[in-house]
Design a protein around this ligand. Structure first.
Ligand code: AOS
Ligand code: ZN
Ligand code: ZN
Length: 382
């Protein structure tokens, strides 16, 4: 398949929470026209797909996107030309979870947390979603606060129950994060921990790599290459970081890293439906829909460059031990200006070549500002 066809088939998922108000623990800056409910979030996500052509699904977050009738919500998404993507669980915003959720020392709290995860699988059934995304804030702040090994046992027990509830064609993705909100020891702090749990469970459990969840200097593309090789890379939460889990726009901080990741994804056979390209971002100060459009374009650009990599020339240079030659082949791909190619790809898809400009000219922002008063908070930075 040629580069254009592969790019045309790309699928980048946007998160419902990117469309609501968000901020840091210091301040949430409310923006005009933000959605007041999950239905309006899906309508906004549909705009991102309408102008880019490659963002056909939207991740939900439960309970931020709680509705009475999930089948109805999924139908609403379809009416807008998008579908429901991953269901994100939330076992981190309840008073009961102060000492953990599925790793909490009290069995009753663990039961409550696991029941929420099972409820998320029911929502998958109702919406047609095939992916459950699990991120646990569980951990401890002080040495000695709880038993590190016992917490792993409790985690494994809960994951097993959820795994066994998954239907045919459903999977869960286990997300790791170095720290925050726990500061001393996080229960799923790294890809190795996530991988070990997923390996034990079976093929329906895979690891999701959030690009903002590593220590500075971590070679993320190595993790990607390794997990792909083991068939355990389920997807990405894309975003950018300068310091910690900043959730800034993907490709903004380090477009070269994004390119290197895409090189490994494509080289490892991960470019296709089995590895989900999701965005996990918050737009605290920039407008949200354009922020998502820009992010989708950044992923597209990195992908296009990685697809252009001359792998044959690279392999030859590598086998000859030509260090500088191999590096030059890689850099040639990275330094290619793919924007004209992507503009003509969009035209061939019946889209405006300039998604940012086309959205700005569409009048949608003016309309939502007039129609929507008192938009909802995304959930983060509350
Ligand atoms: C938290 O730090 C993680 O990145 C989560 O993936 C995510 O932000 C959350 O699941 C949003 O619902
Ligand atoms: Zn994430
Ligand atoms: Zn995160």
């Amino acid at each position: 398949m040629d580069t254009a066809s592969r790019l045309r088939e790309q699928h980048i998922e946007t998160p419902s929470w990117a469309y609501g108000n968000s901020g840091t623990r210091f301040k949430v800056f409310a923006q005009q026209g933000v959605p007041r409910d999950p239905y309006e979030k899906l309508a906004d996500a549909a705009q991102v797909h309408a102008f880019t052509g490659v963002a056909p699904t939207v991740a939900l977050h439960i309970p931020w996107d709680k509705v009475d009738d999930y089948a109805h919500l999924a139908a609403h998404a379809r009416d807008h030309g998008v579908a429901i993507g991953a269901i994100n669980s939330n076992v981190f915003q309840d008073d009961d979870y102060k000492l953990g959720s599925v790793t909490h020392p009290d069995k009753a709290v663990r039961r409550k947390a696991t029941d929420h995860l099972l409820e998320c699988v029911e929502i998958m059934d109702a919406t047609g979603s095939d992916t459950l995304k699990l991120w646990f804030s569980d951990g401890i702040n002080y040495p000695g606060q709880d038993d590190l090994r016992a917490r792993q046992d409790r985690l494994a027990e809960s994951l097993k129950e959820v795994y066994d509830r998954l239907g045919d064609g459903q999977r869960f993705l286990l997300e790791y994060k170095l720290f925050e909100p726990a500061f001393y020891a996080t229960d799923v702090p790294d890809w190795g921990t996530a991988y070990a749990h997923c390996l034990k469970l079976g093929p329906k459990a895979q690891v999701v790599v959030d690009t903002g969840h590593h220590a500075p200097g971590t070679n993320i593309e190595f993790i990607v290459a390794f997990l792909l090789r083991e068939g355990k890379l389920g997807g990405f939460d894309f975003n950018s970081r300068f310091y910690a889990d900043d959730d800034l726009m993907v490709g903004a901080a380090d477009p070269f890293q994004l390119f290197r990741i895409m090189v490994e994804v494509i080289g490892g056979g991960g470019y296709g439906p089995h590895v989900a390209f999701m965005l996990d971002q918050c737009h605290n100060i920039e407008p949200k829909i354009p922020g998502q459009i820009r992010s989708v374009m950044n992923v597209q650009e990195a992908t296009a460059k990685a697809l252009l990599l001359d792998r044959h020339a690279l392999a030859t240079a590598q086998s000859e031990g030509d260090v500088l030659g191999a590096n030059a082949v890689l850099m040639d791909a990275y330094n290619t200006d793919v924007r004209p190619m992507l503009a003509s790809l969009r035209e061939s898809m019946g889209l405006d070549p300039d998604p940012m400009g086309a959205y700005a000219r569409s009048g949608y922002f003016e309309k939502i500002c007039a129609d929507r008063v008192g938009g909802a908070q995304a959930g983060w930075g509350a």
